[in-house]
Design a protein around this ligand. Structure first.
Ligand code: CP
Ligand code: NVA
Length: 306
């Protein structure tokens, strides 16, 4: 997979199905201690405009484990906070760093970084996508289903935004059926859904519904995310009654396949999108999923850095 060297990872569809499966295999080998990759002397920069526990720490830990180093860029003391253009910042950082992970609002900002930087740029979450999350999610699904992805059914419940977008596309890429249950006004972006249908072809189905029970029937994986994302905090209260029917609770989980697993990108709001009993229950794989962020991103960094 020399093919990933030097490339950007801005959207989950920036990699092919074969590259995805190779990344997941490498993540598994790294996790099992069967593979050791040396990125000594390489430096990862983290440029984050939003809070983060998992992404920030798992990327840092992954880079250290590869023998590289990390600079957590503090935007408050950088000149971008005083108006220095992204296109200038991107070119400057390219001279100091080997790879740059960015968490921000607009997808156009990571795209602008990528356009002007000559090092790999990674999307560490935007309002449009969260591709790194989906690497860990698919790894966790493989672990639960003896390596299988194609043919399984992923049901996402909740807000059709960033995590859902990357999940729909990522699942379509590997031939998983996707069912997305959202309130009518919170469906995923129509362009993303069309792209997923094209990717899935006749290998898998992409279904949108407003009926959570129908969506969960026979599902192998149930997935949810917060009802109000970062930047939408003022909408959180008003969204609770709208999203309540989409909560993953014991009653809904009972409709899924008997061996279904439950994923959540985290952070979770217990009692809103997921109950305490489900997240702490035997079908939850959320802690394993969170750990897999580090293994998957270690594989990604290793491949982007060559
Ligand atoms: N899932 C995820 O990206 O978590 P953080 O916001 O803590 O990075
Ligand atoms: N949709 C959430 C995901 C957090 C990892 C957000 O954007 O805040």
């Amino acid at each position: 997979m020399a093919g990933l060297h030097g490339r950007d990872f801005l959207r989950i569809t920036d990699i092919s199905e074969a590259e995805m499966l190779e990344l997941l295999t490498l993540a598994g080998q790294l996790k099992a201690g069967q593979e050791k990759i040396d990125c000594f002397g390489k430096i990862l920069g983290l440029f984050f405009r939003k809070s983060s526990t998992r992404t920030r720490v798992s990327f840092s830990s992954a880079m250290w484990r590869l023998g590289g180093q990390v600079i957590d860029l503090n935007l408050n003391v950088m000149q971008v906070s005083r108006g220095e253009p992204i296109k200038d910042t991107a070119r400057i950082l390219s001279g100091y760093l080997d790879v740059l992970a960015i968490r921000t609002f607009e997808q156009t900002e990571v795209q602008e970084f990528a356009d002007y930087a000559d090092i790999p740029v990674i999307n560490a979450l935007t309002d449009l996508e969260h591709p790194c999350q989906i690497l860990a999610d698919l790894k966790t699904v493989q672990e639960a289903f003896a390596g299988q992805l194609a043919g399984l059914t992923m049901t996402y419940l909740g807000d059709g935004n960033n995590v859902a977008h990357s999940l729909i596309l990522g699942c379509a890429l590997v031939g998983m059926n996707v069912c997305v249950a959202t309130p009518a006004d919170y469906q995923p972006d129509a362009g993303i859904v069309a792209q997923a249908k094209e990717l899935a072809g006749d290998r898998a189905t992409i279904t949108l519904t407003t009926d959570p029970k129908a969506a969960v029937e026979g599902a192998n994986v149930l997935y949810t995310d917060v009802w109000a994302s970062m930047g939408q905090e003022d909408l959180a209260e008003s969204r609770i009654p709208i999203f309540q029917p989409y909560q993953i609770n014991d009653e809904l989980l009972a409709i899924a396949a008997k061996d279904a697993i439950v994923l959540h990108c985290l952070p979770a709001h217990r009692g809103e999108e997921i109950t305490d009993s489900v997240i702490e229950g035997p079908q939850s794989r959320v802690w394993q999923e969170a750990e897999n962020r580090m293994h998957a991103q270690q594989a990604l960094l290793a491949k982007l850095l060559g």
